[in-house]
Design a protein around this ligand. Structure first.
Ligand SMILES: [Zn+2]
Length: 209
């Protein structure tokens, strides 16, 4: 999986539990941003050896992926309750969708329950990156295991289902994106249909791939 699929998976998980109904689409965007532990790929700038040691390790463990996910959830929630940020987003969306956009409403007041919800969504989205990477690998190049509980454990996790570069899930997520743009009110249903399609595709890959 690359950035796009991870982001779509994080957002889809949020949509599936209906968080957008209570907190708006900002929390879906936050979940998408939280699912990106691939920040450790910037190690490529420091050479192939550093990249091979750092990528899929520093960001790809439950401790850091969960923490960065929580940080995204916190940042997303602060933006959600910020009058200034919401004003900027409103103006931008109104410019992009002058006929369809009906406004984002009044910024929510701070609530510890709502904050907890945003943090949980961020953490789950961040952690979703790890199993997704565990099932992607193999094919033309060897699988790249993930040390899920690093730095506490060196155990490596790998269970290749989709080969590197497989486009099946990418196409399903692209289809979901268009469906969401067309029928945003059915976000939860579209998310569940997409997750079911990904699961069926994974089963067929495992059985016949
Ligand atoms: Zn990754």
């Amino acid at each position: 999986m690359i950035f796009y699929e991870h982001a779509m998976l994080g957002g889809t998980l949020g949509l599936a539990v209906g968080v957008h109904c209570r907190h708006g689409w900002g929390i879906v965007a936050t979940a998408a941003a939280a699912a990106l532990p691939d920040w450790d790929a910037v190690s490529r700038l420091f050479g192939a050896e550093t990249y091979s040691k750092v990528h899929r390790l520093w960001g790809h463990n439950a401790l850091i992926a969960g923490s960065t996910g929580a940080a995204c959830g916190l940042l997303g929630y602060l933006c959600h309750i910020s009058t200034r940020v919401r004003g900027h987003v409103d103006r931008l969306l109104r410019k992009l969708e002058p006929r369809r956009y009906i406004g984002g409403g009044v910024p929510a007041r701070f609530s510890i329950t709502a904050l907890a919800g945003w943090l949980i969504v961020g953490i789950v989205a961040g952690l979703s990156h790890l199993p997704a990477d565990i099932i992607y690998g193999g094919g033309s190049a060897p699988a790249w295991p993930v040390k899920v509980f690093w730095p506490f454990s060196e155990r490596e996790w790998v269970y290749p289902v989709f080969p590197w570069g497989d486009l099946g899930v990418t196409i399903l997520f692209i289809g979901e994106m268009f469906a969401l743009a067309r029928w945003p009110r059915f976000g939860t249903l579209i998310a569940w249909v997409t997750l079911a399609a990904v699961a069926v595709y994974a089963l067929t890959q495992k059985a016949f791939g």
